[in-house]
Structure formats: C-alpha cells, structure tokens
Design a protein around this ligand. Sequence first.
Ligand code: LLP
Length: 431
Amino acid sequence: MDHFQYKDGELFAEQVAVRQIAAEVGTPCYVYSAATLVRHYQVFEQAVAALDPMICFAVKANSNIAVIATLARLGAGADVVSVGELARALKAGVAASKIIYSGVGKSESDLRTALLEGVHQINAESEAELQLLSKVAVDLGKTAQVAIRINPDVDAKTHEKITTGKAENKFGIDIALARDVFARAAKLPGLRVAGVALHIGSQLTDLTPYREAYRRAAAFVEILRADGHDITQLDLGGGLGITYNDEIAPSPAEYGKMVHEMVGHLGCKISFEPGRLIAGNAGILVSQVIFVKDGIDRKFCIVDAAMNDLIRPTLYNAYHQIVPVKEPKANAELLKMDIVGPICESGDYLAKGRDMPALGNGDLLAVRTAGAYAAVMASVYNSRPLVPEVLVSGDMYAVIRRRWTIEDMMKLETFAEWQTDKTGVAAIQTG
Ligand code: LLP
C-alpha cells in the first residue's frame, strides 16, 4: 500500500497534487511520501517484533538524509556500505550504536572511520579484511565487534545482477571455508568475532531460498558455538521483494514467521537490513512529455527523464509502472508506446511496448516504485544535472535535494594549468 492515489482525476502524493509539485520544482523530480515510508517500516517492525531485532535500513536504497531521518525517528538503525553512507546516517540522526557497516571492499581508512565513529558492528567479507580490521583496531586501541558474512551458496532466484548468495558471487566467505576463517579470526587481536551475517540477494519474491539460507546459517551458528565461539549476533540481511508489476511478494508477516521458525531458537540478537521493502513504493519519478512521435510499429513518447535519472529499466530490464498524472478516462483507448528519454543511446528508455492512453506535449507522467535504487543510482551522463527530491508529509512538502545547476555540475572541474593564461582563463589554442 502506498499514498500515491488519484483524487478528483489528479494524482496525489498524500494530500498534495503532484501537478503542484511539478509546477513549483520542475521536472523531472523525485517525490517521496513520508507516510508510506513510515507505514512500510512499521509493517516490517510488527512482522518481526517477536524477535526483538535491530532493523537497519539499507541506506543504499535511498540515501537522502531526510528519508533516513524519517526512519531514524521511528527507531531505525542503518546498514551502510561506505563512509559516505555512514556520514549520511549519522547526519540524519541514526546513533552509531545502531549502524552496521557492510561491504565487500572496505579500505583501511574506511575501517578506521567506522571504528572511530563507534559503529555497532562491522560485517567482514574476507580473511584479508579481518586481518586489516584487526590491525586498525589495535592501532586505535579499540575492540571491533565483527560479524563474518557467509556465502551460503543458495540461489535467490532473482535477477542475476542482484543475486548475492551463490558460490560464484563475490560476496561473503563460502560456508564451506568459513569455519576455518572463524577459528583464525578468533585469534586476531582487537576483534570480537560475535556473529554471522548473510544476504542472499534483492527483490526476492519467494521465501524458499531464504528458508534454506537461514537453515544453513542456523546450523552453522551451532557448529561455531560447538567450536567455542560466543556467537551472539545474526544479521539476516535484506532482500524482501515488492510489487512493481504483478509480482506476488511474500508479506512481511510470512517472512517474520519463517525467520522465527528457522533461527528463533538460537537466542541471537537478530538484525535485518531491509531497503527496497521500506522505500521502493514510497517514491515516484515525475516527468514531462517533450514530444510524441510515430514510428512504423509504435509510438515514441519522449520524456524529460532518462536513464541517467532512473537506470533500472535498462540495467535490469526492470518494469516500472508509468501512469499519467491526470487520471485517464476508464474507457480511454490505449496505444503501444516506448517511453524514452533524451539521451543518445537506444538503451535510454523507461518502458518499452507499454499500453498508454494518448499523450501529448507537456503531459505529466509518474514512474512508480521509484523510491529505492532510483535517485541513488543517478548519474549526470549527457551532462544532465541531478534532479530534485521532494518529501511530502500530509499536506506539506519540501525540497530535500535541490536541482543541480549547470554550475554545480562543472564546479569540480578545472582547466589544466598549461591551458590557462595568467588570468586563469582558458587560452585559445591557435595554429
Ligand atoms: N544488505 C546487503 C548486504 C545488501 O547488499 C543489500 C542490497 C541490502 C541489505 C538491501 O537489500 P533490499 O532489502 O533493498 O533488497 N540496484 C539494485 C538492487 C541492489 C541491491 C544491493 N544490495 C536494484 O535496483 O534492483
């Protein structure tokens, strides 16, 4: 359930007309609904409440500080994978004691920053990382709480680019090798090897792979305990799928029940890292039609948002529902269209072969389910400035990231010294 609905023939974000936001901030723009974020967080929280877990929002899904702050106020922690995400979570008011630092390739300086900030836990993904973390912790005179991410070799049956729990994926330490790694890690100074972490993929629409992965993780915790490790933490990752089109995703309640069955008996402190489930359906990308042109077998609807603003359709063949901001008549004739952006690549599309009502120049469209892995994956390709993000709450709305200007985009660039004259202006090359 989300709070983007038609009212009186117009799409609303909560109690604000999307048209009004578009008129004020321009298009393209991302619009998020605070009530939807809150609702999704609370539904998940209730579904797993019996486990008394830590819920760490996966900041990679939507890292706007106002979005993180909305969740932090509800008590959410954060799962971060870079010092940039760590800084955002802290700025948004997430206590360091609720932050888990994950990621397959952390540098010495990343680990140092994480320890200095006092994060709750670092999820290590290789033996080399454990050795480096031990060295950094000893240097700083600290003890790092560590979970070791295992790779349970389970197929999450999701898109190949977002499956992470198979032996051929780069993530974690293969479950067959992990026991020895735990034994060696336990001897490293500066570490408290307290837990097991796993995350098998994203946009999972079936509980079966989860069930198998968690069964393997639970059995592994028992083995580790028998080996003498004091395993108190179990990080079960994120990945629960949502509906973009017609997928039927398991409910958080079914997921919670399954987790309880598989790992409840261990008595570990459980943590979850949901991202998409919380933020996915809490956002839309609003775009305006520039032109519609006829092809031989289809129409091309050229809009002002492009693959640099939302890369999911072209990168993962992802389906995003696209709806006109002005509600179409129930009996409106539908036409096959490719909805494409202005970028100079055939891969620049938001939808292909989509049945849409007739559209004309200036019409507004909303690309749905654009709250997760959308604005965060944007680029400035074709020198298209990053678009604004707006947060709606009830009848209020605020720009939570302003549109980049062309100057913002060039601000970090300079001419090489040999290209400039004494005034710093680029010398005109002659001859
Ligand atoms: N924890 C870890 C260790 C992760 O790698 C991820 C996602 C999550 C949690 C959150 O997963 P979620 O609950 O959001 O599924 N860009 C892709 C998704 C990449 C997911 C990467 N890891 C997309 O647009 O579909």
